[in-house]
Each structure stands twice: as C-alpha cells, then as structure tokens.
Design a protein around this ligand. Structure first.
Ligand code: FES
Length: 201
C-alpha cells in the first residue's frame, strides 16, 4: 500500500523489524469490571479494538452487557468477517453492523454507525465506551453517547496524529499539552475536550 508495506515486503527471513509508539496508554479494560462495555469501531478501527474483545470475552463473567457497534463503507470492507460471525453467534454479546453502501446481498443496516447507538443494549449510567475510527466519526459517536446519558469520563477514544520520531522529541504528534506518541493513543474524552476536533497542523 505504501512505503511501510514495501519496506516490510522487502525483508528477508531473519531480518530485524523495529516498531515504535504510541505506547503511552492502553484501552482501560481495568475500568470495565462490573459495567456494561460498548465498543464502537469505524473502518479499520476494529483492528485496535479486537484485543479488547478478546480480553473481555476471556473473563466474560466480570462484565455486564458487551456491545460491539461496527460501521464500514461496504460489506466487502468489513474486517475479520469470520470472527464477527462468531461473535454475532454468541448469546453473551451484541454485535451490530452497518455499512454506508450496501451490496445486493446485504441484509443488515445501512447508514452511519451512530444510528445504532440509541437502541444498543447498555445502561448509560454504568457503561464504559471505547471508540476507534476516523475523527469525525468519533466526534458524532461521542455526541450520540452523551445524548444517551453517558458521562465524558466514561468515554475513551484512540487518537491519531502524524508521527515522526515516536519518542516524544519532535513535536509532530502534539495534541494540546500531550504528545500522542508518548501519552496516547488512548485518551479519556473529558481530558481532551478542548483539543478534540482541532485539526493537526
Ligand atoms: S512523534 Fe511524537 S513527539 Fe515526535
């Protein structure tokens, strides 16, 4: 797809591959005990949330309702289709999927992922929400969650900014007083309200 993929593709067996940040924060699974958990993913945002689903399901009895709401452009763009089918088949979690553009054989929802929020089975007063997707999608998702009564300090988002050094030196990834590479990527919404929605330079 681009320079990173090409560089990985050019590696030979035994070559070394280094990976850099952001490694400053994690999804707050420790805050979810005893609560409903709603995970909202847009596009490839499902990938960073998948480990959370594994974690929650591995200790299923510790949580209330687990809800995954997932929006993609078309049915063909859906990640992890086999796993989504498995998760949908479980009685102890809710999976709802919507696409922007349906194909002929699509029988599910069509429209933005925020439309799934009003009917999702979670108690807004006792829920932790984790969101990963394009920034505009996260903005509308937060608005809809707050319309349902979720508090800002129970909403977590995964932020993206252009990175260069990934070790907190160059300032490329600055986000308000934080650096995404050092302090992110996961941020609690009430702590970033003033800077959320301001485009990077
Ligand atoms: S990429 Fe974060 S400070 Fe350089």
């Amino acid at each position: 797809m681009g320079p990173v993929t090409r560089a990985i593709d050019a590696l030979k067996r035994g070559d070394t591959l280094g990976v850099r940040g952001p490694f400053g924060s994690h999804w707050p699974v420790e805050c979810c005990t005893g609560k409903d958990v709603v995970l909202i993913a847009g596009g490839i945002g499902l990938a960073p949330l998948r480990p959370v689903i594994y974690h929650l399901l591995a200790q299923r009895e510790q949580y209330g309702n687990i809800v995954l709401l997932y929006g993609t452009r078309t049915p063909a763009d859906m990640l992890y289709q086999r796993q989504l089918a498995q998760w949908r088949g479980r009685f102890d979690m809710t999976v709802d999927i919507t696409v922007d553009r349906a194909s002929d054989d699509w029988r599910g929802h069509v429209g933005v992922v925020t439309k799934l929020i009003p009917n999702a089975p979670f108690d807004p007063l006792d829920t932790v929400a984790m969101i990963c997707g394009p920034e505009v999608m996260m903005r509308f998702t937060i608005m809809e969650l707050m319309n349902r009564g979720l508090a800002a300090d129970h909403i977590f988002v995964s932020m993206e900014r252009n990175m260069k050094c990934a070790i907190g030196l160059c300032g490329h990834c600055q986000f308000g007083p934080s650096f995404i590479c050092k302090d992110g990527p996961v941020m609690r919404y009430d702590r970033i309200v003033p800077w959320f929605g301001i485009r990077e330079f």
